[in-house]
Design a protein around this ligand. Structure first.
Ligand SMILES: *Cc1c(COP(=O)(O)O)cnc(C)c1O
Length: 447
């Protein structure tokens, strides 16, 4: 799919001195930068994409009635058409949906299984007093294995958790598609079918975290036996159709800047979800969203499953990966749907994990090109055994090839002087270690 610009937003590359000053003032933490000082912003793909002209037009149709708005009816119909779920409650974003659903499903002492819990999912499950347990296929941790579905859930691992804790303690099994915390790797329809059967076996609810369901469906068409020539819309309906409930962040494959939803099949579960939604989100026909935003997401969900849109989207991410690899960066393969992950430990072998090689790369990309990426290694996840990854996430329908080339040029320049790149140490951090990458301050140290 091709786009032409209809609304122009200017971006400016601050000069080198300004970038240096901005980085220092931010405490070498790019979350503290002003977005105006960023030239290509690859911090996240969440809520940062461009809406289409059809979505902007739909905003004006927004019906802001407190109850029973026509915008909700159109939203409900779009969710039913795209996902097959007829019972839906809108929420302000994905974590609102998680709060509502896991608040109803999980209790103190329970165990929730997931191919990999995304950070907010883990936090909401834990907040219920339940234990979030990850059961990814082992190959998810291998950055070089050329496997088609490295995001899958391991049934063997899941069964061994059942053997340990007993089926009674497991109220839900979750598939996160694509697997955001495992480099955005996809999950096969076959795996979803196996999880369905497994959930039936242990009498648990099968939940799909559907944030990137359309990107996932594209990979199924591209890679899974029996789906060649299928449409993204067909595959999405088939895969989502296997689940009992969905949690969704509209900021990803909803193609909007805010919003989310919970969808369920069971009428009794729907009643409980609605009651909790009233407490935390809003009356069930608007939840956490304005009527106009429901309209924009109704259109966005339909656009997200257009084959040409998803193909262009995933191909752009792959193009960035190829450019970065040509520039000399070690890239996680195969490339996922929403972001390129770079192995920073291999980029800077002389910087130890305690000196945060990932943060070093993030700071250098900003210094060199005004590019903002994010560290997902020892700095973001203290005391866990994670690879030193840096993520460059592409906002949807936002950047062009020139931007990608600029990022790759900046990376090549960083690599040219990799011997002189400093490591970092934390000089102040918040009390919750799991949130430190959002607000900690650092300083460079020679290595
Ligand atoms: C973004 C995300 C969420 C949370 O959604 P928000 O809209 O950021 O609250 C949950 N799960 C996954 C897999 C995500 O990528």
């Amino acid at each position: 799919m091709r786009y032409r610009t209809k609304v122009a937003a200017t971006v400016r590359l601050p000069d080198r001195d300004e970038r240096e000053t901005a980085l220092e003032a931010a405490g070498y933490n790019v979350f503290a930068l002003d977005a105006d000082d960023v030239y290509v912003d690859l911090l996240t793909d969440s809520g940062t994409g461009a809406m289409s002209d059809e979505q902007w037009a739909a905003l004006l149709r927004g019906d802001e009635a407190y109850a029973g708005s026509s915008s909700f009816r159109r939203f409900e119909e779009a969710v039913a058409d795209v996902t097959g779920f007829e019972r839906v409650v809108p929420t302000h974003q994905g974590r609102g949906a998680e709060n509502v659903l896991y608040g109803v499903l999980a209790d103190e002492g329970d165990v929730v299984l997931n191919n990999t819990h995304f950070d907010t999912t883990r936090a909401h499950v834990a907040n219920q007093g339940a234990d979030p347990v990850d059961v990814p296929v082992p190959v998810a941790r291998d950055p070089d294995a050329d496997e088609p579905f490295k995001g899958n859930l391991s049934l063997d691992r899941a069964r061994s958790v059942v053997d340990d804790v007993g089926a009674d303690r497991i109220p839900a099994v979750v598939l996160t598609i694509t697997n955001n915390s495992a480099a955005g790797q996809p999950v096969s329809v076959e795996n979803a079918r196996e999880v369905r059967a497994f959930a039936d076996e242990i009498d648990a609810a099968f939940v799909i975290d559907a944030c990137r369901f359309a990107e996932n469906a594209h990979f199924v068409v591209e890679r899974e036996d029996g789906y060649e020539g299928a449409s993204v819309a067909e595959v999405a309906r088939e895969q989502l159709g296997l689940a009992d409930a969905l949690v969704m962040s509209g900021k990803k494959d909803g193609l909007v800047n805010a919003g989310g939803f919970v969808a369920v099949r069971d009428p009794d579960l729907f009643e409980r979800v609605k009651q909790r939604a009233i407490l935390y989100e809003g009356f069930p026909t608007y939840g956490g969203m304005a009527g106009r935003d429901l309209e924009a997401m109704a259109v966005g969900l339909r656009e997200a499953v257009e084959d040409a849109y998803v193909r262009t989207r995933v191909e752009q991410v792959r193009e960035l990966a190829d450019l970065l690899e040509d520039a000399g960066l070690p890239v996680y393969r195969p490339v996922g749907g929403h972001a390129v992950y770079v192995d920073a430990a291999a980029t800077f072998p002389s910087i130890d994990a305690e000196r945060f090689p990932g943060q070093a790369l993030v700071c250098e990309l900003y210094r060199e090109g005004g590019v903002r990426a994010v560290e997902l290694g020892s700095f973001a996840f203290p005391e866990t055994d994670r690879p030193e990854l840096v993520r460059l996430a592409l906002p949807r329908r936002t950047y062009h090839r020139e931007h990608l080339r600029h990022v790759a040029d900046a990376a090549a320049d960083v690599l040219d002087r990799r011997e002189s790149v400093p490591g970092y140490r934390v000089v102040s951090e918040p009390s919750r270690p799991e949130l430190r990458h959002f607000s900690a301050a650092l300083e460079p140290v020679d290595v």
